[in-house]
Write a protein that binds this ligand. Structure first.
Ligand code: C5P
Length: 228
């Protein structure tokens, strides 16, 4: 069967990555979480003092250091799923922290950051057989993707999902600040100048607010079979 490229875009915490991972596992495709890549750059900036106390980024210094920021994924032996590595160190848990979530949309709005990561994402998808999730996959990274999905869900539902996910990982969480973060990122992500989050004209929209995980999984699998 011919391999295709699958682009899954949508708002923060709408379950894109769970759907994308399930599909990739089911059909034997590579899964790439592009949000993790923007989170890694943010973590690098945090660890290297590139934010001042008012959270302003030292943009010139970050741009200078971009070539030194090496992003990769390593496969988790138990889940078989890729985990984010920053300069060789597994940072999958650290990049999910609120400290990173609060700052990532500002880093992701910087054109030189997007240029570097989009280039790497295109290289990863060169051979097709890939499920990539993010905000600009169907519009910018792979405008020719054979299957494009645009996922939405009510903000409170998304915040609850993020809260449950963090709790399950043993990370301290507060519902109201997660909701605030989700809404703030929605705003920044859809209003930035470069590659704002928007539905590609040929994407299929899914509002999964009231769907169970297994319903979402089946829905996506059905779209995959239609496209292949
Ligand atoms: O998907 P996740 O919520 O982990 O993404 C974190 C942030 O990374 C988003 O809020 C967005 O600012 C940025 N992002 C992006 N483009 C992508 C993926 C993520 O701008 N393709």
């Amino acid at each position: 069967m011919k391999k295709i490229t699958i682009a899954i875009d949508g708002f923060s915490s709408c379950g894109k990555s769970t759907m994308a991972k399930d599909l990739a596992r089911e059909v034997g495709y590579i899964y790439v979480d592009t949000g993790a890549m923007y989170r890694c750059v943010t973590l690098y900036a945090l660890h290297n003092g590139l934010f001042d106390k008012d959270n302003n980024i030292d943009i010139a210094e970050l741009e200078k250091r971009m070539p030194q920021i090496v992003l990769s994924f390593s496969l988790n032996n138990t889940t078989g799923m890729p985990e984010a590595c920053l300069n060789g160190e597994n940072v999958e848990l650290d990049i999910r922290s609120m400290e990173v979530s609060k700052r990532v949309s500002h880093i992701a709005a910087l054109p030189f950051v997007r240029r570097a990561l989009v280039e790497q994402q295109r290289r990863m998808g060169k051979e097709k057989g890939i499920v990539m999730d993010g905000r600009d996959i169907g519009t910018t990274v792979f405008p020719d993707a054979e299957l494009k999905i645009y996922v939405t869900a009510n903000a409170r539902v998304r915040a609850q999902r993020r809260y449950d996910e963090l709790k399950a990982k043993g990370i301290e969480a507060d519902f109201e600040s997660i909701l605030h973060n989700v809404e703030e990122r929605d705003y920044i992500d859809s209003h930035r100048e470069v590659s704002p989050l928007t539905k590609a004209a040929d994407a299929i929209e899914l509002d999964n607010s009231r769907m169970t995980l297994s319903e979402q999984k089946q829905w996506l699998l059905d779209r995959f079979h239609e496209a292949t």
